[in-house]
Ligand binder design. Structure first.
Ligand code: HEC
Ligand code: HEC
Ligand code: HEC
Ligand code: HEC
Ligand code: HEC
Length: 215
């Protein structure tokens, strides 16, 4: 009997099905990977070894972020303060507080407090605090209202799309560099115009090329 279709053609429906199955699987995986809270991490608020509260220190007491995160304007990395910084006050204030027992112990033994990191980029993506903070991107823009948090919580996705959203239109986000640590900052009505002028005058060009962040 004459073959109407070549033998190979019989494979076509099978291949199509397989393609759909694999494609569907990949799409499901991608959706799961990108949209699951573990990946975007928004809302992540691990408990800490000391019940340290930004709401008390940065909010109620009005301490500047840089008193503790002192490297944030000069280094790629934003430091978490050493126990010494806490003891500047707590060797006198709330000396006998039970909540401060692990701080006193760390001070006595020289063993640093094992704070759990909240914000996390994968190793293949590079981020520099000093560049952003000195250009006028507020802590609040990336970390939210830290001054209202008893426990630090991630409020932004820190995803590539999120980085690029600002890099493409920084005029929507920049504030005067003197206001970077201000919490609850309100932009003036003409801020986009002002920012566009600054961007032109100071040649502020956030990169969108891959190698700027991946190297
Ligand atoms: C008295 C010291 C102190 C001050 C002032 C302070 N912080 Fe912190 N900050 C800490 C400590 C200690 C931690 C680590 C424990 C934690 O996450 O709560 C921390 C953690 C953080 C984290 C999370 C870091 C991570 O693991 O990802 C951010 C973001 C942060 N601080 C931002 C700020 C901002 C913004 C301000 C100013 C509004 C500020 N901090 C003021 C001591 C301080
Ligand atoms: C500038 C001074 C100052 C520094 C620096 C400081 N604190 Fe405090 N802290 C205070 C004051 C004042 C209070 C009490 C505030 C209140 O009760 O309203 C307090 C309260 C606390 C409490 C609650 C204690 C209790 O029994 O209620 C903890 C825990 C604490 N601080 C941890 C820390 C840690 C950890 C650090 C270092 C990362 C730190 N503090 C740095 C001034 C400071
Ligand atoms: C443009 C966004 C952006 C701005 C502005 C920004 N941060 Fe961050 N911050 C991040 C990202 C992203 C990470 C995680 C970095 C990583 O994992 O490499 C982070 C991490 C941190 C950490 C944790 C460091 C560690 O390794 O434990 C602290 C503390 C912190 N930021 C404080 C601040 C403070 C204080 C300011 C303002 C003076 C600030 N940040 C401004 C994006 C930002
Ligand atoms: C809200 C705005 C904003 C967000 C969000 C932001 N950036 Fe930027 N970024 C800037 C601006 C503005 C500059 C340009 C600074 C200049 O040209 O002076 C910049 C510059 C950079 C640079 C070039 C300078 C350097 O460090 O070599 C890199 C890399 C970078 N950003 C990475 C990131 C990454 C990674 C993220 C996300 C985790 C991110 N940025 C999120 C505003 C932002
Ligand atoms: C402004 C900084 C920035 C630029 C520019 C950038 N990326 Fe990314 N990229 C990131 C960050 C941050 C992550 C990590 C995202 C996360 O953890 O959610 C990432 C993640 C990735 C991933 C892992 C998968 C994913 O999407 O999470 C790939 C692949 C990637 N980038 C490729 C690229 C390519 C290709 C380019 C150029 C077209 C590029 N990136 C440009 C910041 C950047």
């Amino acid at each position: 009997m004459a073959q109407i279709f070549s033998k190979k053609a019989n494979l076509l429906p099978l291949l199509t099905l397989l393609g759909l199955a694999v494609g569907g699987g990949v799409v499901t995986l991608l959706v799961w990977y990108y949209f699951s809270p573990q990946f975007t991490d928004v809302g992540y608020a691990p408990s800490q070894p000391v019940a340290y509260s930004h709401q008390i220190h940065a909010g109620k007491l009005g301490m500047d972020c840089r008193y503790c995160h002192s490297s944030v304007e000069v280094s790629a990395h934003a430091n978490v303060p050493p126990t010494q910084t806490c003891m500047n006050c707590h060797n006198q204030v709330k000396k006998n507080s039970l909540a401060l027992q692990p701080v006193r112990q760390s001070w006595a033994t020289g063993q640093p407090i094992a704070w759990t990191k909240v914000h996390h980029l994968p190793d293949y993506a590079h981020f520099n605090h000093a560049v952003h903070v000195t250009t006028g991107v507020g802590c609040e823009t990336c970390h939210g209202r830290i001054d209202q948090m008893a426990v630090v919580q991630q409020t932004q996705p820190l995803s590539m799309g999120w980085c690029l959203e600002c890099h493409r239109q920084p005029e929507l986000y920049l504030r005067p560099p003197s206001e970077v640590t201000t919490m609850g900052y309100v932009q003036p009505a003409d801020f986009v115009t002002r920012n566009l002028e600054r961007i032109r005058a100071e040649h502020i060009v956030p990169p969108t090329n891959c190698s700027a962040c991946h190297y």
